[in-house]
Design a protein around this ligand. Structure first.
Ligand code: ZN
Length: 189
C-alpha cells in the first residue's frame, strides 16, 4: 500500500532513523514473527507478479495471533489490506495488531514519465498515514528480501507553541515514528 505520492514526494519529516526497531513484548514478538513469516512467504510471488500483497495481523477473542491475507494488490504500488472495512476486515471481536505488505519493485512505471525509482524502502505517504491514523505497526518487505518495521508515534499529543505565542494541540499522528529494517538474523533458529 503506497500511493502515487510515494514516488514523487520525499517526506521531509519522515521518521527517526538509526534506531533498530524490534519487538520487546511477548505479544509483540509473536506478531513480528508472524509478519516476517507471512512477508517472506509471499515476497517471491509478489515480485514475480509485480503486485503488492498485504494483510492484517490480529488477536482473536480466544487469544491466538491470526491474520488476514495476504491479499493480492491491484498494482505494484497498491494493495487493499482491508483498512476501510470494519475492524480492518478482521472478525468483529478481534483486535488488529499490525498490518503488513510488500513493495516488490524498486522502479515503478508511472503513467506519464516512464520509469522512476520509487522510494520502495520508505514508509511514507499512504503507508505512514495508515499506521499513524490507526496506531498499528506496519511491516513491509522489499523485493530485495529485507523486512522493515514502522512504529507510529504512540505517545499522547502535546501542546506546542504557535508563532503567535498561543499553544495548540498537536495530535500524535503528526509526530515522528520509528522506522528501520529488522535484523532477520535475530529470528533465525
Ligand atoms: Zn506501501
Amino acid at each position: 500500500m503506497s500511493g502515487k505520492s510515494d514516488t514523487t514526494n520525499s517526506d521531509p519529516d519522515i521518521i527517526t532513523l538509526g534506531v533498530q526497531p524490534k519487538a520487546t513484548t511477548i505479544e509483540g514478538i509473536a506478531v513480528e514473527v508472524a509478519a516476517i513469516k507471512l512477508l517472506l512467504k509471499i515476497l517471491k510471488t509478489s515480485v514475480d507478479e509485480k503486485l503488492e500483497y498485504g494483510g492484517v495481523i490480529y488477536r482473536d477473542q480466544a487469544g491466538p495471533i491470526k491474520h488476514t491475507g495476504p491479499f493480492k494488490g491491484e498494482s505494484a504500488i497498491k494493495v487493499d489490506v482491508g483498512h476501510n472495512k470494519d475492524n480492518w476486515g478482521c472478525p468483529q471481536e478481534s483486535t488488529p495488531l499490525a498490518w503488513y505488505h510488500t513493495h516488490p519493485l524498486q522502479k515503478i512505471q508511472t503513467s506519464n514519465m516512464g520509469e522512476v525509482t520509487g522510494l520502495w524502502d520508505s514508509f511514507i505517504g499512504g503507508d505512514k498515514g495508515l499506521s499513524n491514523d490507526s496506531g498499528l505497526t506496519g511491516y513491509l518487505a522489499t523485493g530485495d528480501g529485507r523486512v522493515w518495521r514502522y512504529d507510529p508515534p504512540r505517545e499522547g499529543g502535546a501542546m506546542v507553541p504557535q508563532k503567535d505565542g498561543r499553544m495548540k494541540w498537536a495530535p500524535p499522528a503528526l509526530g515522528k515514528g520509528i522506522w528501520g529494517p529488522l535484523n532477520l538474523a535475530l529470528y533465525k533458529r
